[in-house]
Design a protein around this ligand. Sequence first.
Ligand SMILES: [Zn+2]
Length: 139
Amino acid sequence: MTLILHSKNFETIVSHCKEEEPIEACGIISGQIRNCDGKIVKEVHRIYRCKNKLHSPIEYKIGAEEQLRIFSEINDNCLDLLGFYHSHPNTSSNPSKIDEKRANYVGYSYLILSLHPIKISSWILEQQGFFTKEKLNII
Ligand SMILES: [Zn+2]
């Protein structure tokens, strides 16, 4: 699978994450899933900023109410939930041990932005506790 991220949405994620520094920023991504020449392509159309309920530099949590509100907005707009994003203010863009333990949307994308230096990676949660890297195209 490939995740396509338009550069304006990438910039939105970067500026959100910089604003929240030193705590982790988090949010939700939605868009469309297409079959392109036999390959599954997911294109991000909208970014939803969320509040990190844990207010922590090493972990994040999106509140249940906020998450439900955004999921229904995605539904109302006939978009698909593609996954989540969050920042790592002090570590690489690889999933942390906490991410492996907490992530529970199997099959969805987890975008991680490291801030020093700026680097974004996309990960698919294959099963609880296990991520694989996903191809990410910034266009
Ligand atoms: Zn993380």
